[in-house]
Every structure is written in C-alpha cells, then in structure tokens.
Design a binder for this molecule. Structure first.
Ligand SMILES: [Zn+2]
Ligand SMILES: [Zn+2]
Length: 150
C-alpha cells in the first residue's frame, strides 16, 4: 500500500502538480474499495469517515488516477461513470444487462491462458484487460418471457 502511495506521489510531481493530502486520501479510499464505484459513492464513503473532501476534488483526481493506471472506467449507468481499481486485479469479464444495467463480474481461469496467448502472439505488453458482454440478466430475461406468454 505505501509503495503505491509513494508511486502516486512521484507520478503527481512528475506531472508538475501539487501533491495534497486530499489526493492521498482519495487514493487510499479507492484502494480499499473492492466494488465498482462512482463519484457519489466515493464521496459518501469519505464523508462517513468525517472527511472534508469535496466532490469537485474527487472529479479532479479521477482523471489522474486513470492516467496513472490505478483505476479504469468500467461502465456508465444513468449518466454516471463507474470505476474499478485495476491494480492487482485478475482479468475478469463484465456481464451488463441492457435492460436494468445490472453489472456482474465473471472470472474463468481460462481467461488468463487466453490473454497470455494473445499477449505472446501480438508482441504487446498488456497492462489491463477489460471485456464487456451485453445481454439480459436472469430476472430481465424471465420478465421478458412472462410478458411474451401473456
Ligand atoms: Zn436486467
Ligand atoms: Zn470489474
């Protein structure tokens, strides 16, 4: 954790920006978040810990965290962007329901093999992996079936 914070500090300084305790607080909170999150959730989470961080500073810090490879945007829902921590996260898929916007993460060990093969064959150095599958979730699917049989 501390090595990550230190790396972030260097990254901010290299960009010619000021490293503030606010930015560090935001990063620490994000790194301790396991689920997908949006700015509102993050703001409320920090607020519940008596943090004085404003939504505006979260909005300003997020692009830096994306650029530094700490987080990535995974999907949009109701006009809000949702993010996840990319560091130390194993490759996984997102199933996204086009009707209710539910997002489910899916993992299969064969993904690792597939990605390794693709990396070797392409000669790329892969950093993050992100795959979205769109469809209908089990409950929306059922809803659709019962509607059709009416
Ligand atoms: Zn659904
Ligand atoms: Zn995810």
């Amino acid at each position: 954790m501390d090595a990550l914070i230190e790396g972030f500090k260097q990254f901010i300084k290299k960009r010619g920006l000021k490293y503030t305790s606010e930015r560090e607080e935001i990063l620490r909170e994000i790194l301790s978040t396991k689920d997908h999150f949006d700015v509102d959730t993050l703001y409320l989470q920090l607020k519940s810990k008596n943090s004085k961080i404003s939504k505006a500073s979260i909005y300003r810090t997020i692009p830096l965290l994306i650029e530094g490879g700490y987080i990535q945007e995974v999907y949009k829902k109701g006009g809000q962007s949702y993010y996840e921590v990319t560091l130390n996260k194993r490759p996984h898929l997102h199933f996204i329901c086009i009707k209710c916007s539910e997002v489910k993460e899916a993992y299969d060990p064969r993904l690792n093999e597939l990605i390794d093969d693709l990396e070797r064959a392409s000669n790329y150095r892969f950093l993050t992996f992100h795959l979205e599958i769109f469809g209908l979730c089990p409950s929306c699917r059922e809803g659709k079936v019962s509607h059709e049989t009416q």
